[in-house]
Design a protein around this ligand. Sequence first.
Ligand SMILES: NC(=O)c1ccc[n+]([C@@H]2O[C@H](COP(=O)([O-])OP(=O)(O)OC[C@H]3O[C@@H](n4cnc5c(N)ncnc54)[C@H](O)[C@@H]3O)[C@@H](O)[C@H]2O)c1
Ligand SMILES: O=C(O)C(=O)C[C@@H](O)[C@H](O)[C@H](O)COP(=O)(O)O
Ligand SMILES: [Zn+2]
Length: 383
Amino acid sequence: MPRSLEDAPTTVPVRLGERSYDIAVADGGWDALPAFLKPALERSWAGRGCLKALILTDDHVAKLPYPGLVARALGSLGIEATTSVVPHGEASKGLATAAGLYEELVATAADRHTLVVAVGGGVIGDLGGFVAATFARGLPLLMVPTTLLAQVDSSVGGKVGVNLPKVKNIVGSFHQPIAVWIDVASLNDLPDRELRCGLAEVVKYGVILDAAFFDSLEADAEAILGRRPESLRRIVARSCELKADVVSKDEREETGLRAVLNFGHTIGHAVEATAGYGGAFQHGEAVAVGMVAESRLAERLGWVGRDFTTRLTRLLDRFGLPTSIAGLDPGPLLESMARDKKNQGGRIRLVLPRRMGHVELTDAAETADLKNLLDDLCGPAPL
Ligand SMILES: NC(=O)c1ccc[n+]([C@@H]2O[C@H](COP(=O)([O-])OP(=O)(O)OC[C@H]3O[C@@H](n4cnc5c(N)ncnc54)[C@H](O)[C@@H]3O)[C@@H](O)[C@H]2O)c1
Ligand SMILES: O=C(O)C(=O)C[C@@H](O)[C@H](O)[C@H](O)COP(=O)(O)O
Ligand SMILES: [Zn+2]
């Protein structure tokens, strides 16, 4: 049970017609999970009549209580769970791991009512979601994100997928979960580096959608880094609300609205893929340097002033995130950007800021502009 009424989970709805679902933002209170899950299973065609579940997690999270707490909640609903553990890290988010999971589903006689439960970070959510989307043409999916990044971003909105060696997230689908259960208390176990990675996506929401949220992150930075529960719960709930609103208006990134969530990712994904998965840059770190680099591009196009990038860089710095791509090789970065999913008609499209709280998808930058930008930013940092 929640420890008090104030501890009852906050619910954020994701409004998508028949694919609507709720995100519960709790602080402990795992006893409330069965009551939260039961109606979600009943609402979902594939979840109705569910007797079996596959809990997917990684070898770090497998040592924590969360997969067991999920299995217990499912057991109380009469659902028998088996657990599959994959190695932690981005290298697991590939077709080879997915193929192994398909074999496990076959071996356990999974049917279209078998629930896939992703318990872990964004790697587990994207991989488990991809397997759920594709096995038997679609199994019900429950997200139980345990990193800040997964709680504020990857567990919400239905983008699931895996990487090819040179291209991030290039094989995938849109497959909405039936529910998302977030326990912010699980963030107490998280290494500092992973907390910072999540903060990169949190800062992103301020830049793209909510200037007042950005102000509040600046004001509350110490409490957030100190993992004060109210602060974590506030940033998780607000991030989920902002993402849920965008996803409900443009679920499949068709109108250009959802693309705003990709600020920092055109250059960020290029940095991640060229550095190698599990290499020098985690996703959140790549997004941090990507946001700064894309803000510099916006400066060059006259969209924002230098002060805009300075303010963004200062907050990322305060959160202990990298802000520079100095020393990277610009050639492979540009090649990688040319493979971005947002591109159209051979033109690279990026999401760039106009002012705090507002960004736009644009192909205004010529390849030569991008090459100059990368040459400058990858050169030695100014003294
Ligand atoms: N689908 C989307 O919309 C979306 C959005 C953002 C990011 N992503 C994807 O998410 C991935 C990054 O996710 P991530 O940053 O969560 O990385 P991750 O899944 O690799 O998790 C980071 C590390 O934290 C560990 N961990 C997880 N929970 C923990 C806990 N409570 N305590 C201690 N350790 C814990 C994991 O074992 C792992 O070592 C990338 O692949 C990125 O592309 C997807
Ligand atoms: O949900 C979205 O839409 C996003 O763009 C969120 C991003 O933070 C996330 O990294 C996403 O996986 C990137 O999507 P992609 O389409 O560029 O692969
Ligand atoms: Zn991201």
